[in-house]
Design a protein. Structure first.
Length: 377
């Protein structure tokens, strides 16, 4: 191995350079990205990093066809890791009928763009695509990249998926083909996740548990063109999304009836503070000085002198609550527009500005392009 720091040649298998003691980087076997020596997952593609020699990619023929992690991995890694995740299954409804009378190449030309839209929607909200099922995908949220709001992320991804597929379906129909419709099923719960090396440097990150099975059943129970979620996911996402009860349904492999809900759109809530406010907040005390500063800025704005106020403090000390209380006391006679920075909004740099404009012009999620344009004029 060649040290990237001093250029010295070292024997294979070392973790540090013999000449300068610089740590060797771990090269991802899947995308060849060089990660730090302490990394457990690739920073480029999120694939698990094996415990093989740093800086060296596995050579073809050096690993068996299927094995659970490298032999150097410790016992705890071999057993897997217990996590709470949200599983998402999506497929194209009626794909068999769609492809029955088509040449395989023609069918691929129709199905592949739809699969890409599904995968892009998952990646936009930092989900992980476990596998493609030919006419659909299986994805995880909350692992291997952990997010505390993974249930909400999965529903945002599902809504975007359906919206993008509707536009694609309209294009396909205009070209004289059959409409593309999909079903999405989502469930949240505990699984054990582990890495399986399938040879030639390919690593699969797979979950084991009833959670994924129930998510697959949610997909089967979903009406065509809709999103179905379980009771567990509903409890974590209620208020953030509009959920329509579909009733209790008998699900294969489950002895009791399972409550299923259809996701029909975004709800009124965007933050945890808003959800807490709906349940009831504790009494607001103190912060008189900060409240006076906000009131003074408002009076200046009312006299025609525009103001900007920024609240800066450590997380959790009450910045959002301060503005919540100020708005409740002072919004009379004012037009109030609100926007929030959300953890899944990294892909849109101007997301808060877009939200402000949508509120000002009264643009709703279900509005078509013509109505959005007329509202903004």
């Amino acid at each position: 191995m060649t040290c990237s720091n001093c250029g010295a040649e070292n024997p294979t298998g070392l973790k540090f350079c013999e000449q300068c003691a610089a740590p060797f980087k771990k090269r991802c076997a899947q995308c060849e990205f060089e990660n730090s020596a302490a990394a457990r997952f690739c920073g480029e593609c999120a694939a698990p990093l094996s415990a093989a020699a740093p800086g060296l990619a596995p050579q073809p023929g050096t690993t068996p066809s299927v094995q659970l992690l490298p032999k150097e991995a410790d016992a705890s890694a071999l057993e897997g890791e217990r996590k709470t995740v949200t599983a998402l299954f999506a497929d194209i409804k009626g794909s068999t009928e769609l492809m029955r009378d088509l040449d395989p190449e023609e069918a691929r030309a129709i199905v592949d763009p739809a699969l890409k839209l599904m995968i892009d929607a998952v990646h936009r909200y930092d989900g992980y695509v476990v596998q493609s099922t030919g006419d659909g995908i299986f994805a995880l949220f909350g692992a291997p990249m952990a997010h505390e709001d993974h249930p909400q992320r999965s529903l945002y991804a599902a809504l975007r998926m359906q919206e993008d597929l509707k536009r694609y379906s309209a294009k396909v129909v205009a070209d004289g083909s059959t409409p593309i419709q999909s079903r999405v099923g989502i469930n949240t719960g505990e699984v054990v996740v582990r890495s399986i090396q399938t040879g030639a440097g390919n690593v699969e990150y797979t979950p084991i548990g009833h959670t994924t099975n129930l998510a697959s059943r949610m997909q089967s129970a979903a009406p065509v063109g809709s999103i179905a979620v379980s009771e567990a996911t509903r409890k974590l996402c209620e208020g953030y999304f509009i959920l329509k009860p579909l009733g209790a349904t008998k699900v294969k492999g489950v002895s009791e009836l399972v409550n299923i809900y259809e996701v029909t759109g975004l709800g009124p809530l965007r933050t945890r503070l808003q959800r807490a406010a709906a349940r009831g907040l504790t009494k607001f005390v103190g912060r008189q000085r900060e409240m006076e500063v906000l009131k003074h800025a408002l009076e200046q704005a009312r006299t025609g002198h525009g103001q900007i106020v920024a609240a800066m403090a450590e997380p959790g000390v009450g910045k959002s609550r301060l503005f919540f209380e100020f708005k409740a006391l002072s919004q009379a006679g004012c037009m109030v527009l609100e926007a929030y920075s959300v953890s899944h909004g990294k892909a849109s740099a101007y997301l808060p500005v877009i939200e402000l404009l949508k509120q000002y012009f009264g643009i709703a999620l279900e509005d078509d392009a013509r109505k959005r344009q007329s509202g903004a004029v």
